[in-house]
Design a protein around this ligand. Structure first.
Ligand SMILES: [Zn+2]
Length: 110
């Protein structure tokens, strides 16, 4: 048994005919650590809560540590209340109740 087509170059590369053979279908749904997931908007749930632009302490909870408005997916508000919240935060910023920028950024070039 003689094999004339034997490749003499020592390249142990296998044939590339195994396309799509790996089962790489990773279905996510794994929840990483984070805030507790609240399905219901807190402002819809609690009717007594009112988004008040004069209440800076209330609105500060919805800012990141860099002074940005937290995304809806983090705080779980519905679209309507998130819009009201964003508007209230912007008003509160104008009244200097909330920061535009975090304190450590503001004091950097002083
Ligand atoms: Zn809502």
């Amino acid at each position: 048994m003689d094999n004339p087509q034997r490749s003499s170059s020592g390249g142990p590369r296998g044939p590339r005919n195994d396309r799509g053979g790996r089962d790489g279908g990773r279905d996510g749904q794994q929840r990483r650590f984070g805030p507790p997931m609240r399905r219901v908007c807190i402002y819809c749930k609690d009717k007594t809560k009112v988004i008040d632009y004069k209440n800076g302490d209330q609105l500060r909870r919805y800012l990141t540590d860099r002074g940005k408005i937290r995304p809806r997916r983090k705080i779980g508000t519905c679209a309507r209340h998130q819009r009201e919240l964003a508007l209230a935060i912007k008003r509160a910023r104008h009244l200097a109740l909330l920061p535009f920028a975090p304190d450590h950024v503001r004091g950097m070039n002083a």
